[in-house]
Design a protein around this ligand. Structure first.
Ligand SMILES: NC(=O)C1=CN([C@@H]2O[C@H](COP(=O)(O)OP(=O)(O)OC[C@H]3O[C@@H](n4cnc5c(N)ncnc54)[C@H](OP(=O)(O)O)[C@@H]3O)[C@@H](O)[C@H]2O)[C@H](O)CC1
Ligand SMILES: [K+]
Length: 493
């Protein structure tokens, strides 16, 4: 599903109003959806609705009215005692027949649930004064919080808190999620996220043309390279993983992952004296020894090896740089990870100028900074800028991995479990990406699909996961995708 910035959300809102659905109706639908989500989650209890000066506050008055109509004991506290001035919010504030008190920390004493309707998409600066004091007080209490649209203090576009921000148990947002609902720390502050349809037609997206999406098989299922009966192994490509001299496990994990995700052939190019180690460990995966850059070039020169992988266990230094630049010179599809990225920390431009659009970089935060430097922009912006600057697909890994393409398209992955934070899982991801690219998937969609499959496999395993487990878990995930795509004759409706 698309991710909309607050500004794009306002466009969606305006486009809907143009189609004849009034802002007042949208606000009614939004507030009603929040009230319904609250009644589904919590038994009836005294609730305080904290209303801000704008339309977020307007939603709050609707929530208050619906909860009261269902017999809830509702208090409304208005920030600085101000009634909203915007027409839609003012309309709904007038429909609230109950008392409106000036918002104060003391009102929390009689509440067992807080509805945070202070600020949402219109947050323009860090919370200050009464608002900051109130949110600080809420954070120090154990009162459950339901946030309207966004926890107050959270910047909807970046997922970062401007100063203090509320922490919610449940956040109800409307029409489409915002980047703050999928990027940390915002995602962590939202608690559970409920997405409500408030009557905005999806056609409005045609004119907004969003460029950021939450990762899901829906995005790339149609591009997935399922094998065809008349095809044969050469149709499914050939991944070449350049092995390291000492850390031989990394390249083996990548190679196994590439094979498991369906690459027709996989070869590890092994430094000659480490060759026995690789050869002894790999059966279905070929191992070709090389003695120097010349003999590695010979291996690269076989164009049937349509995707090259450098980085896993490669070691940091001049030899890795030489291998990377040699691989780039072939113009072949390339996945660069870990040491292949770090090796260019002292001369990033020599890598950036050699990259092409058939390359994928898979840095974690540290490797990213070594190559692209650091700035205080949010993760989505940084990944996009890096992709644009390098001309390659950039997979900026983390619990909220961002996959960005040079043209600005970006996907945020949200199914990664905490179990993935263990050594070697990056090597597996590199192999999955290469394996899908070898079968013809574009670098961008291959990176999106691989990231999702990688996380789904880890989720299926759960606690105790080690990276060695991952390649063997891939077939189970593929089977489910295959079924969902209706390939196994099961009608998915
Ligand atoms: N767009 C939609 O489809 C819908 C949106 N809904 C709800 O509307 C809010 C967005 O409402 P908006 O009025 O744009 O903004 P907020 O209510 O979040 O903020 C209100 C005003 O507060 C001022 N402001 C901003 N930051 C601060 C701050 N740190 N301290 C004090 N005041 C602040 C700002 O005005 P200024 O002129 O002072 O800058 C804001 O305008 C959205 O989140 C939804 O909940 C609809 O109900 C549903 C459809
Ligand atoms: K809010």
């Amino acid at each position: 599903m698309a991710l909309l910035t607050p500004a794009e959300m306002a466009q969606a809102d305006a486009a809907t109003v143009e189609r004849g659905v009034s802002g007042i109706e949208l606000m009614e639908a939004a507030g009603r959806a929040v009230a319904q989500a609250i009644m589904r989650r919590w038994p009836r209890r005294p609730v305080l609705v904290a209303c801000g000066p704008g339309n977020n506050g307007g939603d709050g008055y609707v929530v208050a009215r619906h909860l009261a109509a269902h017999g809830w004991s509702v208090m409304v506290g208005a920030l600085s005692g101000a009634r909203p001035s915007a027409p839609d919010a003012a309309h709904h504030a007038a429909l609230w027949e109950g008392v409106v008190q000036p918002l104060s920390v003391g009102l929390l004493d009689d509440a067992e649930l807080l509805v945070d309707a202070l600020f949402g998409g219109g947050l323009g600066r860090p919370l200050a004064g009464d608002a900051a004091e109130f949110i600080e007080a809420v954070r120090h209490r154990r009162i459950p919080v339901c946030a309207v649209d966004l926890p107050s203090g959270l910047d909807g576009s970046t997922g970062r808190a401007q100063g203090v921000a509320a922490r919610a148990d449940l956040t109800v947002t409307f029409f489409r999620k915002k980047p703050a609902h999928v990027l940390f720390p915002g995602r962590g502050l939202c608690g559970d996220i409920a997405l409500a349809d408030i009557g905005i037609p999806s056609e409005v997206l045609d004119t907004i043309a969003p460029a950021a999406f939450e990762n899901s098989p829906v995005l790339w299922q149609r591009h997935f390279p399922w094998p065809s009966l008349e095809g044969h192994k050469y149709h499914r490509g050939h991944v070449l993983v350049v092995g390291g001299q000492t850390m031989t496990g990394a390249a083996r994990l990548s190679a196994r992952a590439a094979a498991r995700v369906g690459a027709g052939l996989v070869t590890v190019a092994a430094p000659v004296f480490a060759w026995p180690v690789y050869a002894a460990a790999l059966e279905g995966i070929m191992v070709t020894p090389f003695t120097d850059m010349g003999s590695l070039h010979d291996i690269f020169s076989d164009s049937r090896k349509n995707v090259l992988v450098i980085g896993p266990g490669a070691g940091v230094g001049g030899q890795t740089r030489e291998q990377v630049l040699g691989a780039l010179a072939t113009g072949r599809r390339l996945v660069l990870d870990a040491d292949a990225i770090t090796s260019f920390a002292a001369q990033p431009q020599s890598l950036l100028s050699a990259l092409h659009h058939e390359c994928v970089l898979t840095p974690h935060e540290g490797e990213f900074v070594r190559l692209f430097g650091t700035d205080d922009a949010d993760k989505l912006t940084r990944a996009r800028e890096a992709a644009q600057r390098s001309g390659a697909v950039v997979v900026l890994k983390g619990a909220d991995t961002v996959i960005a393409a040079p043209d600005g398209q970006a996907v945020v992955n949200t199914n990664a479990p905490a179990f993935l934070a263990t050594g070697g899982t990056g090597d597996v991801l590199t192999g999955l990406i290469a394996g899908l690219m070898a079968q013809g998937m574009s670098p961008f969609w291959a990176a999106c699909a691989a990231t999702w499959v990688h996380a789904e496999a880890a989720t299926r395993f759960g606690p105790g996961l080690v990276s060695d487990d991952l390649p063997g878990l891939v077939p189970g995930v593929l089977r489910a995708l295959y079924g969902d795509a209706g390939h196994d004759g099961r009608h998915t409706g």
